[in-house]
Design a protein around this ligand. Structure first.
Ligand code: KG4
Ligand code: ZN
Length: 358
């Protein structure tokens, strides 16, 4: 094929095994297999179970993505893989598979930061990101407000991060106390449909005049919601679940969108991109739409299927790196389970060195 190569992306950082194929910003095909059901009875992801599930799923998922795209192995011109952050054993399965494929096909390998993947997911639906843009990443493990310029080349500026729990973690943990199934976010979203978002006055952490404008904190909100549920139980009263879920969701959506819109205003940035699993939340989406429209800010949110973990988002970063002329990763590239987000490319080696990025 002439021009830019087809990039295969592999994602295995948590409980989803994903493979996607991207070329010049276009999604050609993808497939995802989830081990979520196997973790449900434990109330959270069990790392060893996740890693084993990746071993089973990775080859079939790559084949399914190729079939979805109508392509074969020989069409792959580069391989990108999540090298971090995530569960160590889970990451290693994807990295081993990606190395094997890159070596056998004799094509370059790119290590990708998982969160950059979430950011790049939006480009598959809405085209290249404007420079600069404001990105709110909200997932099960991360909550960050980022100023992004050229995702493939420039350092990513963190305006604020969560000081404790991530927004998704808050949903997951409170859902457990509410007696809702894992994963908690979608369960809270569903339960909230019948509820009154103003029923319970849950706190809006770090929104006072003297608080850090862009930092987040969700552990106090989590505790407040858990105490509210426990109080009902202790007093033998039935839990008004829908009202609790709607009020929790409202508090999270309010804090997230308030800070993101303020960051856009204060930095003169005209586009807000909301990505990560929590971007799938219906209230986060609707409140962001409302507030961005009022502030004259363009809002971009990937479609639901690209919000949660998938291989297409990793391929999207790989495609950007290839087109930016970035150097591939050495074959001794390792995983970095707690990598901070500094650049989209993440090439840690076994020796703990981070190789030159471009
Ligand atoms: O990005 P993601 O798939 O995985 C991580 O990288 O963490 O995000 C998973 C998180 C979980 O905490 C899940 O509960 C949350 O995203 N989530 C939601 C919704 N769908 C997924 N949270 C709120 N509302 C949803 N509809
Ligand atoms: Zn994720």
């Amino acid at each position: 094929m002439a021009g830019s190569p087809v990039v295969l992306g592999i994602e295995s950082s948590c409980d989803e095994t994903g493979a996607g194929l991207v070329r010049e910003g276009k999604l050609l095909g993808h497939a995802v297999s989830s081990s979520m059901d196997e973790h449900a009875r434990f109330g959270g992801v069990v790392p060893e179970i996740a890693a084993r599930a990746h071993v089973h799923a990775v080859t079939p998922v790559v084949h399914a993505a190729l079939a979805d795209a109508g392509l074969s192995m020989s069409d792959i011109g580069a391989v990108a893989v999540t090298t971090g952050p995530g569960l160590s054993g889970a990451l290693q399965v994807g990295v081993a598979a990606a190395k094997g494929l890159a070596y056998a096909l004799d094509v370059p390998l790119y290590g990708v930061h998982h969160l950059a993947g979430h950011v790049a997911a939006d480009t598959l639906e809405h085209g290249p990101l404007p420079d600069p843009c404001m990105v709110l990443i909200v997932s099960g493990g991360h909550t960050s407000l980022l100023l992004v310029r050229d995702l493939a080349r420039d350092p990513i500026v963190h305006l604020g991060d969560t000081l404790d729990d991530a927004a998704g973690e808050c949903f997951d943990k409170v859902a457990r106390v509410f007696g809702l199934p894992y994963p908690g976010g979608p369960a809270v979203d569903r339960a909230a449909r019948e509820g009154d978002p103003g029923a319970v006055a849950f706190p809006r952490p770090l929104t006072g005049p003297r608080d850090d404008r862009y930092a987040f904190s969700f552990s106090g909100l989590k505790t407040a919601a858990a105490r509210w549920a426990e109080r009902h139980r202790a007093e033998g009263r039935p839990l008004p679940l829908a009202d609790g879920a709607a009020s929790l969701q409202e508090a999270v959506a309010d804090v997230l969108t308030r800070k993101a819109v303020a960051a856009c205003r204060e930095h003169g940035v005209g586009t807000l991109v909301i990505v990560g699993g929590v971007a799938a939340n219906s209230r986060v989406r609707s409140l962001a739409e409302q507030r961005c429209a009022a502030a004259g800010i363009e809002l971009r949110v990937p479609p639901l299927r690209l919000c949660t973990d998938n291989g297409a988002m990793v391929a999207a970063v790989g495609d950007l790196l290839v087109r930016a002329g970035a150097e591939g990763a050495p074959l001794d590239v390792s995983v970095d389970p707690s990598a901070p987000l500094a650049y989209a490319a993440l090439h840690p080696t076994a020796a703990g060195r981070v190789t030159a990025l471009l």
